[in-house]
Design a protein around this ligand. Structure first.
Ligand code: NAD
Ligand code: MG
Length: 396
């Protein structure tokens, strides 16, 4: 029986992970769960999976959860705040930790799980974007395993010769072909994009996901973050990663080799496939995902991304090339602008403008410590907040 801990259990990836675990009662046991503030959902999960510990970042919500757990006589110990999340990340009975907190908030717990030598199932791409080299160093030093959950990176992982050493490119690999659905606005004109609403942005045509990553998919910033993620995970320069828009989301990404061979991983767009792959690896286990019906799908299309309408992808590529603190600043500014867009304080197309202005003002420096990453993250958030403020003042 393998113990599993989930950071971000109440979210979209968290729910899909529990769905896969539920199919294998003798194989996996949930030992620890953590989330932000949804005590109602976490209580339901505690009732079903009876973890040893459950943590909420919100102290208030953790208090409500603790009372409800006591009332029901459940065995789960409830923890709160950052220390609680860290305990979930390093629980001794968990050999696998699903890192599925959204945003840079996942960085601390993800690093803690890696330092404790766990198999880290990495969905939280923002932690890798912010602190990539540090995270890889921690993985190498502790002997942890990093198995990517992002469908594209999981696909690339599957197309590379095994075992895959995190951060190192195997010989013979020429390029990585990273596929993108193009998001809900793939065919929208620039004028129409300026008026896109949060409701339209989160209605992804192929994938059902959390709100933040859905907005990132609509701007193509998600693909930009994934470009940075791919460079770090597989040890390649940005120039060796090509982004291809593939509207059907069936080919999840590809690896091109020196001899011209291109290996692809295909499947229905359902995150339970990469989750089951990572949980079971190197074995293959049932995920609940239906067989791929290529006859019904009929055609697979590919096109180049439009960097004029979707400048976020260009900004991310520039940040990947600049390296150092640039990706952390890009990510921080993106988190601030996505939140503002979801709050209707910022237009869809102004998100990239704000991020661009923040990056232009940033003096890139090398990343040598976690403190350096956190300082870059804080600087990016503050600079984006100021840029937002001046935009609001101008439109008032
Ligand atoms: P979501 O918004 O549905 O869930 C986020 C989870 O993180 C929730 O459980 C929430 O409680 C928790 N959380 C948020 N802030 C927190 C904090 N400060 N402290 C503790 N917990 C916190 O998001 P999601 O779609 O499940 O995405 C999670 C991560 O996985 C993101 O990094 C995303 O980019 C990545 N990812 C998601 C998908 C997908 O299909 N949903 C695909 C690839 C990668
Ligand atoms: Mg992805």
């Amino acid at each position: 029986m393998k113990g599993v801990a989930i950071l971000g259990s109440t979210g979209s990836i968290g729910a899909s992970t529990l769905d896969v675990v539920r199919r294998h009662p003798g194989r996996f046991g949930i030992v620890a769960l953590a989330a932000d503030r949804n005590d109602v959902r976490l209580l339901e999960q505690c009732i079903e999976f009876r973890p040893a510990i459950a943590a909420l970042a919100s102290i208030e919500a953790a208090g409500r959860l603790a009372a409800a757990i006591r009332d029901r006589g459940l065995p789960t110990r409830v923890l709160a705040g950052e220390a609680g999340l860290a305990e979930v990340a390093v629980h001794p009975a968990a050999s696998q930790v699903m890192a599925a907190i959204v945003g840079a908030a996942g960085l601390g717990p993800t690093l803690a799980a890696a330092a404790a030598g766990k198999r880290v199932l990495l969905a939280n791409k923002e932690s890798l974007v912010c602190a990539g080299h540090l995270l890889l160093e921690v993985v190498a030093a502790s002997g942890a395993e990093l198995v990517p959950i992002d469908s594209e990176h999981n696909a690339i992982f599957q197309c590379l010769p095994q075992p895959v050493a995190a951060g190192r490119c195997p010989p013979g690999v020429r390029r990585i072909l990273l596929t993108a659905s193009g998001g809900p606005f793939r065919n929208w004109s620039a004028e129409r994009l300026a008026c896109a609403t949060p409701e339209q942005a989160v209605a992804h045509p192929n994938w059902s996901m959390g709100r933040k990553i859905s907005v990132d998919s609509a701007t193509l910033m998600n693909k930009g973050l994934e470009l940075i993620e791919a460079c770090l995970l597989f040890g390649v320069d940005p120039a060796r990663v090509e982004v291809l828009v593939h509207p059907q989301s069936i080919v999840h990404s590809m690896v091109e080799y020196a001899d011209g061979s291109v290996l692809a991983q295909l499947g229905n767009p359902d995150m339970r496939t990469p989750i089951a792959h990572a949980l079971g690896w190197p074995e293959r286990i049932d995920s609940g995902v239906e067989s791929l019906d290529l006859v019904t799908i009929g055609q697979l299309g590919f096109e180049a991304p439009d960097l004029e309408r979707f400048p976020s992808l260009r900004l991310a590529r520039e940040a990947a090339e600049a390296g150092g603190t640039a990706p952390a600043v890009l990510n921080a500014a993106n988190e601030v602008t996505v939140a503002a867009f979801l709050d209707r304080r910022l237009n869809f197309t102004d998100m990239a403008r704000v991020i661009d202005s923040v990056l232009q003002r940033h003096d890139v420096s090398r990343v040598t410590s976690l403190e350096g990453v956190l300082a870059a993250d804080a600087w990016g958030r503050e600079a984006a907040g100021r840029a937002l403020g001046s935009l609001e003042a101008r439109s008032a």
